[in-house]
Design a protein around this ligand. Sequence first.
Ligand SMILES: *[C@@H]1O[C@H](CO)[C@@H](O)[C@H](O)[C@H]1NC(C)=O
Ligand SMILES: *[C@@H]1O[C@H](CO)[C@@H](O)[C@H](O)[C@H]1NC(C)=O
Length: 376
Amino acid sequence: MIGAMRHHFLLSVVCVWALIVLLFVGKLITFRAADEYGDRGVQNWRVPRPKTVTASTVASPESQHSKSTDQTSATSPLTSLPPPDPEWLSISEKRLELLSSVCKNSLSNLTHVPISKFVLDRIFVCDKHKILFCQTPKVGNTQWKKVLIVLNGRFPTVEEVPEKVVHVRGRKGLKRLSSLTPQEISLRLNTYFKFLIVRDPFERLISAYKDKFVKNPRYEPWYNSKIAPVIIQKYRKSHPDNELTPSKLQFEDFVRYLGDTVDRKQVDQQFGNYIIHWVTYTELCAPCNIQYSVVAHHETLEQDAPYILRAAGVEGLVSYPNIPPGITRYNRTKVEQYFSDISKRDIRRLFARYQGDFQLFGYPSPDFLLDREDEH
Ligand SMILES: *[C@@H]1O[C@H](CO)[C@@H](O)[C@H](O)[C@H]1NC(C)=O
Ligand SMILES: *[C@@H]1O[C@H](CO)[C@@H](O)[C@H](O)[C@H]1NC(C)=O
């Protein structure tokens, strides 16, 4: 009896001890993972890998060659990798702090979504340089996809990448995370440099509306022939004068569709992947569930583009095409014009859906639209 109790006691001691060891090891692993993430992430330039130059390597012709072509192998760490604009570094860090604090304080589905197949389908992979890029249309994505194609080594410069290569799926195009196994996906999510680009959510919707339903410059007839009629039929208010303009999608129809909380999901299902042009950034890229290294803003792309290339450690290998000055800047007059005919009730509903995006990325809520004098 005593023997059995003694045995039992010893067993418990061993168990507790094993648990303590396990906990300790677990902590160590977590810290390591965090450190590695930091190194791979935004802090790349802070630790320029100094290359030790020894007498014997300097003498060999091979290293002479590499010295003349490889700028980063300069002897002084100060000249090897110029630090990023310190002001921009701090702006970028503040964006990430805001994102993580909003994520922590809001648990709603406006900010948190699972990392679904839909999300993995949005993320392009550059294995050669360990970069992931989440696609958010209407912010110059085509250019970024070209940048990744150049980094993958298929073309020498962004200008030489043909348009059709950018849009092709499968083996010839850019690889997406969704094409990999769960293990391959989590390895990349945990260790690669990850970025996305966002812009003012309402201006983005205006841009999507104009691009797909008004101008349609890439000749994508299905927006006006398939999607518009469904939205009009369900959401157009039955004004008598609407009989005169039956087919063309108005911005008001679009806003009412986007702000619908009851049936929108069913409507979206009919539209397949075309909805990527207007669903929230949260739904596209799961920014609270994936720890992005850089969140760039379309409005400041001139500063953000070189910053991303430097933070990803690929500066000098590729350059982002010139951005015509002023073209990416926020235009409040335009937003006011587009929303001038939309009722406050519809604007409020629209904002309710997109407010997660406004908060996560630090865009001021559009009070100038909600506090208008007029009432419809
Ligand atoms: C989010 O949750 C609300 C209520 O909890 C629900 O009505 C809405 O459909 C959900 N939205 C999404 C995008 O899942
Ligand atoms: C802003 O938008 C308005 C209306 O679309 C346009 O007339 C104006 O030129 C734009 N301003 C700038 C600076 O692009």
